[in-house]
Every structure is written in C-alpha cells, then in structure tokens.
Design a protein around this ligand. Structure first.
Ligand code: ZN
Length: 187
C-alpha cells in the first residue's frame, strides 16, 4: 500500500470533526474503522501487511467488542488461528458466548485503534487473571506519538490532538461533540 493515510481519508475511515474518544478526551479526529471493513478485499490486503510483521508464537487471537472483532477475525483467519472476543458489560470486560480462556493458553491481542492503551491493558489483565498468557499486541492504528506498548505492531501511526474537555477549543466555540464509537454489543 503506497499511501495508507490517503486511502483511509478517501474511504471516510478517518474523519474530521469534534469527537469524544473512549478515553474521555476530545479530539478533532476520529477513526471509523468500520469503513475499512466495508470493503473486505481491501481490508484483507491491509491486514496481510500487518500479519507479515507478526510472530505466530501464540494460540489464539483475542479482541474486545465491537471495534476489535473484524480485525481479530481477519488476522486469525490469515494466520490459521482461532479467535475470541471479550465484551464490555456495565463497564467491565466479560467473556461470553461460550468463548473461554484455558490455563496457559497464549494470545495475540488485536485492536482497531490504540490511543492510551487503556482497553489493551484491561484485556491483558483479563487474560492473565484467567490463567492465559499475552504473547503480543497488534492494532490497525496507533493514534499517539509513541506506542504505550513496547511490542505493539501497527499499520498506521497518526499523532492527533487530544485534549481534556475543559481545555477543548471546539467545546468553547459551541461545536456539538459526537460520540461515534460503539463500546458494547447488546446480548
Ligand atoms: Zn470538545
């Protein structure tokens, strides 16, 4: 892929506006990765670039619903692995739908977007508290100057402006804030 950034813009996977991120910070930039999933052929192609950077020394790919499910599925498929996903129920991660973590089972954690790494840390804790082992972490996008994880593999890094709501110029000028992400699946 010559210019992933311009592809993301062209496909409206990268949006400009006034957004409240999962971290609670406000930003003028949002990634709508669903627009990448809209074209499975293109998505397969970009995931294969990410897969080339990954070590296959793990048992299963794991993600958090909703955003991580599609990349986790595609990466697991391309690497010949199983996959599972966690869900956020009343703010806490849970494993449902018959998915399970076995003792000493090892995992590649997959996310769509990593910003502060908060969700990834929660997934790490969930795996370790369930007796599993974290072997790696991969994300389509890193939206930070530097990765919060030493071993994070990603396709595209973009440093964007993220501010506390109290310091947000867009809030001060009365621009409505949108919360475009979906953090939970309904049972
Ligand atoms: Zn704001």
């Amino acid at each position: 892929m010559n210019d992933l950034l311009s592809e993301f813009l062209r496909r409206n996977a990268l949006l400009k506006g006034h957004f409240k991120l999962a971290s609670g910070l406000h930003s003028d930039t949002y990634f709508q990765c669903a627009r990448l999933y809209e074209d499975p052929g293109f998505f397969k192609q970009i995931c294969s670039e990410l897969v080339r950077s990954l070590d296959s020394n793990f048992d299963k790919v794991i993600a958090c619903a909703v955003g991580g499910i599609v990349p986790a599925y595609e990466i697991a498929f391309q690497m010949g692995k199983k996959m599972a996903y966690l869900e956020r129920i009343n703010g806490r991660l849970e494993i449902r739908r018959g998915f399970a973590i076995s003792k000493d089972e090892s995992f590649l954690v997959v996310e769509d977007v990593v910003t502060t790494g908060g969700t990834v840390e929660e997934i790490f804790d969930f795996i370790e508290n369930s007796g599993g082992v974290v072997k790696g972490v991969a994300s389509l996008i890193l939206r930070a100057k530097a990765s919060p994880f030493e071993n994070l593999k990603y396709l595209l890094k973009i440093s964007t402006v993220e501010v506390n709501p109290d310091d947000c110029q867009l809030c001060k000028t009365g621009v409505p804030v949108s919360i475009p992400g979906v953090k939970a699946l309904q049972a």
